[in-house]
Structures are given as structure tokens and as C-alpha cells.
Design a binder for this molecule. Sequence first.
Ligand code: ADP
Ligand code: MG
Length: 245
Amino acid sequence: MSLLKVSGLGKSFGGVRAVDGINFELPAGELLALIGPNGAGKSTTFNMVNGQLRADSGSIMLNGNELVGLPPRSIWKLGVGRTFQIAETFASLTAVENVQMALLSADNKLLSTWRRASAYKRNQAIDLLDQVGMAAQADRPCSVLAYGDVKRVELAIAIANDPKLLLMDEPTAGMAPKERNDLMALTKKLVIERGMAVLFTEHSMDVVFAYADRMIVLARGRLIAEGKPLELRDDPKVQEVYFGS
Ligand code: ADP
Ligand code: MG
């Protein structure tokens, strides 16, 4: 059985059918790319899965739980993590403090706990930073880190709650090719080590071909193709929407 099963999922904004009844599945341990031109409905799909937006039709099942209608925090508690297009960390806090904050939140502890116990799960936070190659920079404020390193800290934050599914909307936006490849190689490593599934959007087909196990293609809210990236490379439907040829 798949970890995630999306059926007949739809969402309209006024007269615009942003997502028009899509179906796909995502098994544990898979890195699935969601591609398509601007306005295809990728972000809307993500935001329905994480609960920021409520679907107006269809179903999103995670391990047998219906996510449609649940608030974002409940969905997060069920094991759906996310990263943001622009890395979001507290700039004035250190890398390890940012991860400690995430652990605090995962444990339902209030921020006031933090003031009393800034040592809160520090070792566990360091271990998470180690998994993303950032343990050596644990005590540096995020404001002084390179952008690619902030993205790594953001990944440590995202895995602090031990998600089964991680959603990454354009994780490599604004990154140089080297940083981009490093981040995707790290993501792949986490998928393999933790057995989690990742759904990500990406503009660079090179990245998709190099890292995705499978891809699904959206155009005008519809899912028009799915399969292994290299098998879809020459698909005329994909060529048309993606390369405009
Ligand atoms: P993508 O992420 O693939 O670029 P989006 O999911 O952001 O696409 O957008 C899909 C369509 O829905 C677009 O036509 C967009 O203009 C529209 N849309 C997205 N979000 C909103 C919103 N909050 N209000 C109105 N229209 C929206
Ligand atoms: Mg988008």
C-alpha cells in the first residue's frame, strides 16, 4: 500500500480550476518530482496536502488517514513535513537553537519552556544537524550562514518531527548548480536513510533526471504524464508543456 494516495483532488479559485481532479500515489522511500509550467497547480497541490488549502473535491489518504479537512498542525502531526521556497529560519538564533525550537514544537512544548531550558534536547538537535552535514556549524547564527547551509538547517528542522512524507516546493530555487546538486544529494540520502517519501517541485530538468525516482507532470491543473524521468524525457506531451516545443 502506498504511503500517500491522492484521488480526484481538485481546487478552484473563483473561475480558475487550479487543480482539476488529479490522482497519484507515493510509496515510502520514493523521491517524486512534480513538474509543470508556472500556474500548472503544483503549489496548490502541495498546499492541499499540507492543509494550508482545503480541497474542494477528492481525497488525500496518508497511511489510511484522510487529510482533507484536517488543520495543518494535525497533518504535520500525522507525519507530513515541509520546507519553504525561501528558507525560513530564525536568523538571530544559531543553527542548533533553530532545530531545538523544532523539537520543542514537535513535543507540544510552549515557547516559555525555551527560556527556562535553552539546553532543551541539544544533543538530539546536534544529531539532526549531523544528518544534514551541519554539526560543525551548530553554534553559528543562521544570519551568517551561506544560503545553501541555511537550506540544510531547514532540512534538519523539517526532519525533527520524523516526517513520513516531506513536501519541498522548489527547494533549489535561487541556488547555484553546485549548491543545488548538494541539496538534492542530501535529500536523496535522507530518503534512503530514513525511508521517508519526498514530493518536490523543480524547474531544472537536469535535477529531476539526476535525482527523482519518478515524476508526475501537471499542466493546467491536470496530470498529463507520470513515470520514470528518463522514460518521459522524449514524451511529446511532456515536451510540449515543458519545453514549449
Ligand atoms: P504552480 O505552483 O504550478 O505555478 P499554482 O498552484 O500556484 O501553480 O497556481 C495554479 C493556478 O491557480 C494559477 O492559475 C494561479 O493563478 C491560481 N491560483 C493559485 N493560488 C491562488 C489564489 N490564492 N487565489 C487565486 N488564484 C490562485
Ligand atoms: Mg508554485
